[in-house]
Design a protein around this ligand. Structure first.
Ligand SMILES: [Zn+2]
Length: 304
């Protein structure tokens, strides 16, 4: 969709200004196209190359990210990993906004393009960071881009090992956020997380956003934090039908009404060759970024 918008913009540049005014893309369309392009930059043959893209995008926006390396790797030989952290604001307690930037290795040995899972979230977090650095905050906010989620939440576990969670007031994690206007949130991160999911529900109501709460939600880096006892919510975006189908697949039990062997679309896309730019909508990344920033601000005020 955004590809056609950019094509239109290029064509309009070649014709008479007066005749082309009506064909010029709006600011919102330009913004969506830009965000989509930023997501596309993560299509790289290695996670080391994705790390370079992340650092460049952060520095281009005026942030000074720190890189925290760790000895990781899943089963087998150790692989060095790199978590990337941007810190905003001051305060004795901190709120974390997190997403993994690594992509999964496919069965044929090549890398997934990893745009739905999870470059969309990464770009949304950068957008949220841009909003939050202008906001009055009473907590330190750490925006953390984890490595090696796909190898078993290793980047998140190593961060917890290194820093502990004593000062962590709340964690908001994003995994899968590249298309659709429906926000999903997990409700299975323990009783200590109830106030975080409540903040999500309040935000959804205030913004009249379509949101779907999942009593059972698939794991991401949030599980490393809930295992350590931290209050955490895991968020994601997709289209409304897909979100409800996924709800039924995880929460509907035997009589979920889904056809025999049905796999929700998002699970046909991720961890496959189909996790590709065709599915990515800049508008969804924009919505995710603004929503995450608003949630952090709500938690910051609530936890004051
Ligand atoms: Zn993921």
């Amino acid at each position: 969709m955004s590809f056609h918008l950019r094509l239109k913009a290029a064509v309009s540049g070649a014709c008479l200004a007066a005749a082309c005014l009506s064909a010029a893309p709006s600011l919102a369309q330009n913004r969506a196209a830009d965000l989509r392009e930023q997501v596309g930059a993560y299509v790289k043959p290695s996670n080391a190359a994705r790390l370079e893209v992340l650092l460049r995008q952060l520095r281009d926006e005026g942030f000074t990210p720190s890189v925290e390396t760790f000895e990781g790797g899943g089963r087998g030989e150790p692989i060095q990993g790199s978590n990337v952290v941007v810190t905003l604001g001051e305060g004795p307690k901190e709120i974390l906004l997190t997403a993994h930037y690594d992509a999964v290795k496919l069965r044929d040995g090549t890398m997934s393009q990893g745009v739905i899972d999870n470059a969309g979230s990464v770009v949304a977090l950068i957008e949220a960071a841009k909003i939050l650095r202008e906001a009055p905050l009473s907590h330190r906010i750490r925006i953390i881009f984890f490595d090696q989620e796909e190898l078993g939440l290793i980047g998140a576990r190593k961060w917890i090992e290194a820093h502990g969670i004593a000062n962590v007031a709340a964690v908001v994690n994003s995994d899968i956020a590249a298309y659709g206007d429906t926000m999903m949130y997990g409700q299975n991160n323990g009783p200590q997380s109830a106030f975080v999911t409540r903040a999500v529900q309040e935000l959804c109501a205030e913004r009249a956003m379509q949101c779907v709460g999942f009593p059972v939600y698939p794991p991401s880096d949030d599980r490393a934090f809930s295992a350590a006892g931290a209050p955490v919510v895991s968020l994601g975006f997709q289209d409304e039908v897909g979100a409800h189908q996924m709800w039924l697949a995880f929460n509907g039990g035997e009589a979920n009404g889904l056809a025999e062997g049905f796999v929700p679309q998002v699970f046909r896309l991720i961890h496959s060759k189909d996790d590709a730019m065709e599915a990515v909508e800049g508008e969804a990344v924009d919505l995710a970024g603004r929503t995450y920033a608003a949630l952090i601000q709500k938690l910051d005020a609530h936890l004051r």
